[in-house]
Design a protein around this ligand. Structure first.
Ligand code: KIV
Length: 271
């Protein structure tokens, strides 16, 4: 019998499904370099996301639109070097998945050149062919619904999505379509908690939320928000875990524990 050695405890896409079925919360946090990647891995973060938020928190840009494929490849490679256990999720930047062919080339780069285990892409049912092309070629996909920061100009700002009944129904349908197209996970950003709960109960894939209430399958935050170093007003859905911690390691540990124990997010973080 042939054997394919795996790092003993590596979190996989299958493991995320199992965690959903066993109601174990998935802890996800962003990182952009090897030092923080190691800290997150050691603290028990299950999924490390190299988000295109790096445009804002690392590069100091106004939004995520200018982030390039080369930026994503570079930072993901740095992060991959620090991970032993966590699943590495990497964002596909703006305009990098506008056709299935372009998406395959770019997601292929993230898998081959930076060691990504799963790619994340913003968009709804218009992405079904892209999701299907990627997943049928062995590239796991996390879809991203709700607030999609790459559409900030179209949306007219960073706003909660799915408040009205029609919009909520539409998002529920989009989630099912993306699952049927092959998506392995779904991220919901800034969605009323009631709707997010309904979506996570409807789809069988894991749903990771940011500003989506406590009753989804996992939580994600931007590292800088967790460490309380985001300039200006922190987003309502975030929490500074450095308050009450005496080190960065301790703060990340508090975040992991709070998510696992369903103590984060609290009512004050929810829409
Ligand atoms: O880019 C990012 O960091 C993200 C999170 C906010 C979920 O997509």
């Amino acid at each position: 019998m042939s054997s394919h050695p795996q790092p003993s405890q590596r979190i996989t896409v299958r493991k995320l499904l199992q965690m959903k079925s066993e109601a174990e919360k998935i802890v996800c946090l962003t990182a952009y370099d090897v030092s923080f990647a190691k800290l997150l891995d050691d603290a028990g973060v299950d999924v490390v996301l190299v988000g295109d938020s790096l445009g804002m928190v690392i590069q100091g840009l106004e939004n995520t639109l200018p982030v390039s494929m080369n930026d994503m490849v570079y930072h993901s490679r740095c992060v991959a070097n620090g991970l032993k256990r966590a699943l590495l999720m990497v964002d596909m930047p703006f305009m990098s998945h506008i056709t299935p062919e372009i998406a395959l080339q770019n997601a292929g780069r993230l898998m081959k050149e930076s060691g990504a285990h799963i790619v994340k892409l913003e968009g709804g049912s218009e992405q079904r062919e892209v999701v299907s092309a990627l997943t049928s070629n062995g590239i796991p996909v996390c879809a991203h619904l709700g607030l999609q920061p790459q559409r900030v100009h179209k949306l007219g700002g960073y706003r909660v999505q799915g408040r009205e009944e029609e919009a909520a129904e539409h998002m529920l349908e989009e989630a099912s379509i993306l699952q049927q197209s092959g998506a392995d996970a779904l991220l919901l950003e800034c969605v009323p908690a009631e709707l997010a709960t309904k979506i996570s109960q409807t789809v069988s894939i894991p749903v990771i939320g940011i500003g989506a209430g406590v009753d989804v399958d996992g939580q994600v935050l931007v590292l800088q928000d967790v460490l309380g170093i985001t300039p200006g007003r922190a987003p309502k859905f975030s929490h500074n875990f450095m308050a009450g911690a005496d080190s960065i390691q301790a703060a990340i540990g508090l975040y992991v524990d709070a998510v696992k124990a369903k103590q984060f997010p609290q009512q004050e973080h929810i829409f």
